[in-house]
Design a protein around this ligand. Sequence first.
Ligand SMILES: *Cc1c(COP(=O)(O)O)cnc(C)c1O
Length: 456
Amino acid sequence: MHYLSTRGQTQPHTFSEAVEAGLAPDGGLFLPESLPSIADKLPAWSKLSYPQLAAEFFTLFAPEISNAEWHQLTAEAYRRFDSPDVAPLKKITDKTYVLELFHGPTLAFKDFALQLLGLLYKRQVQHSGKRLSVLGATSGDTGSAAIHGCLGRDGITIFILYPNGRVAPLQERQMACTGADNVFAIPVPGTFDDAQRVVKDTFGDTAFASSVNLSAVNSINIARVLAQCVYYIWACLRLPEDVRATAEYVVPTGNFGNVLAGWLAQQMGMPAGSFRVATNQNDILHRFFSSGEYSQSEVHPSHAPSMDIQAASNFERFLYYILGQDSARVREVMSQIKSGAPFTIRLPHTSLRSTRMDDDTIVKVIAQMWKDWQYVLDPHTACAFTDMAQDRVSVVLATASPAKFPEVVRQATGSEPTHPTLEALKSKPLKTWPMAADVSAVKDFIRQQTSHGTKA
Ligand SMILES: *Cc1c(COP(=O)(O)O)cnc(C)c1O
């Protein structure tokens, strides 16, 4: 199995090479050269535990890692989840299920991919004997999930930049109260875009990047998308058999990574009816799916901050498929997007539709769901609860624990949700490494922190 770039100008990579590179050298995103069929495997897979299912799935995509090693990796990756099911599927009504993806160490769905990615990094260090420096920028969830994936792993040092004062206090604590000496939480002045620019420019110095063996943690790594396919298959296999083929999966969406994973699983033969892209008021994807026009506008901060995005980085993978796997067309469209010009395409028939939700409605939905079903939603998951399909089953993907967003939830329900992991953080010392939003300061710091010792 090889991995090709959506832009068609990169040599085929193995899984491990594609994971290590993150972004393809031609600026595109990696995808498997072909999608294996999983339909005939599902009856056997329905008897597996979550980690076992993940191991069997990944063996199809990365046979160069033995099936036995995959089983070790996935057992380790999902060991720290606080539910025996890892991703429990809860039945709320006859027509509505919630797939809870917030039982990992940072209480958001990004743990599914980043716990595994941390182990793949560790494996890479063991094989190459070279220390790895992981660098990323975050507006909250990705950074804390990445940190908890790399925490205490030998040979890995992780640096996460974030906009000072602009991430939720609990998210900052998840990054800055780990007590681990291989973790550096770095607040910088400005917005997320400023932090992101410093990270991009640091990678732009390729001599520096290779001298400290720098690796990017962001939302486009192919390992992340594949890790997310697994919980769709898991959920599908837990639904009553007669509703599987028509069920609608409803996915709170920002970068398009999560919903893409479900759609890919369907292309591989997982029974599913449709997918709904649920956005907040930053609705570029909703406008695209309802009109075919993709036009960027400003980001307006919302109650669902992890979806405050106007440039959905995984969208290029979907474009590649709907443009008939024509890399030249992908390059054309991506350069148009980069120039800021809107573009319109005639959307082929797909199994995707979309909705949007504004902040006022988010609060109302949380209140209503609490009143009707005594079920507490976080503000991201709340965006799913509109225009529910009437005639078939919906599976809502719950992407974060409500305890991560206590203020909005209190506003809606009158009481603050808590979680023991988050409570424990409140008494731990906060250790951050504030810095100017300046490339040379960041490079000096990384050099300094990685120069002593070559333990791998
Ligand atoms: C990242 C995130 C999302 C959006 O996921 P994408 O893969 O970027 O679409 C939704 N909800 C929460 C809680 C998140 O952390």
